[in-house]
Design a protein around this ligand. Structure first.
Ligand SMILES: Nc1ncnc2c1ncn2[C@@H]1O[C@H](COP(=O)(O)OP(=O)(O)OP(=O)(O)O)[C@@H](O)[C@H]1O
Length: 273
């Protein structure tokens, strides 16, 4: 298996997250094997690959979200700014503030638009006054390119928005607590094409301030939004199970136009399986 932990990208930049020889187990089942890669700062990295190759599993390892699954176990290391994320003195709640997550289905809180943003800001003690809170709410909604659509109805329920607006509200909620990294697990999977383009435009803008990792099944989307692309594959083992592994990680253009591995070539050209 290829080891990309020392891989230098052509868009050379600082590394924010580094996975080293990552194995992930669900109970006795080793779902992901031997993943090593560096995630570059202020870039968009896409994870692509067939169903079950472990894209979401690996993504969730980066903010310790799998800790919530009792049978989950990880071997190997993940370093976040050179600190092992799984060290015993690391607080997973603080990890999830600094490494935020946007899910496949928009999941606003059953609260007002304003409160969807204010809640996390308040819990994290990031606003001292009402004015500061108002400022953070506005700035976050502006960053998520939804301010103009909601500024006159901040008191209305988040559920009253369209799916695409709800997803941008969830992105605003994520950036409101000043993360470094935003993980996105198929963020456009439940959106129509217009909303998808709005979220993709937003991803372009967000990378100025944040590092983004996006899982996507849509290869055009990877070519539109990602600087780097990691292609994972799944290999069959005894008992009808499959494990996921990293096949190739490179600039998006190289992955789509001139990959090193035959399997990558087949996947990106749609000749797969
Ligand atoms: N909570 C869980 N408990 C047990 N096994 C799990 C759990 N979550 C994922 N798996 C297994 O881990 C493997 C990787 O799943 P994962 O969802 O990470 O893949 P994926 O590439 O994101 O797939 P998809 O593209 O279909 O979302 C699969 O074999 C899956 O069945």
């Amino acid at each position: 298996m290829m080891d990309y932990s020392n891989y230098q990208t052509t868009n050379e930049t600082e590394t924010v997250l580094q996975a080293q020889n990552l194995d992930v187990y669900y109970g006795d089942f080793k779902a992901v094997r031997g993943v090593s890669l560096n995630i570059p700062k202020n870039r968009v990295t896409a994870f692509i690959g067939p169903s079950g190759c472990g894209k979401s599993t690996i993504l969730r390892c980066f903010n310790r979200l799998n800790d919530l699954i009792p049978i989950f176990r990880l071997e190997g290391q993940i370093f976040y700014q050179n600190k092992n994320l799984y060290d015993t003195d690391v607080d997973p709640v603080e990890v999830r503030r600094r490494i935020g997550m946007v899910f496949q289905k928009p999941n606003p809180f059953p609260k007002s638009i304003y409160e969807n943003i204010a809640y996390g800001v308040r819990v994290n003690g990031l606003a001292k006054t009402k004015e500061q809170m108002d400022e953070i709410v506005e700035r976050s909604l502006r960053q998520a390119a939804i301010w103009d659509e909601v500024k006159d109805k901040l008191g209305q329920s988040g559920f009253a928005l369209s799916g695409g607006q709800q997803q941008r509200l969830c992105i605003a909620r994520t950036v409101a607590v000043n993360p470094d990294v935003v993980l996105m697990d198929e963020p456009c999977a439940s959106l129509d094409p217009i909303s998808t383009l709005a979220v993709e435009d937003l991803i372009h803008e967000l990378k100025e301030n944040y590092t983004i990792i996006i899982v996507t099944h849509n290869m055009q989307q990877a070519t539109r939004v990602a600087d780097m692309t990691a292609f994972y594959n799944a290999k069959a083992i005894e008992g009808g199970k499959r494990f996921g592994y990293l096949v190739e990680f490179d600039d998006t253009q190289t992955i789509f136009q001139n990959p090193q591995e035959e399997a990558t070539q087949q996947y990106v050209s749609g000749r797969f399986g």
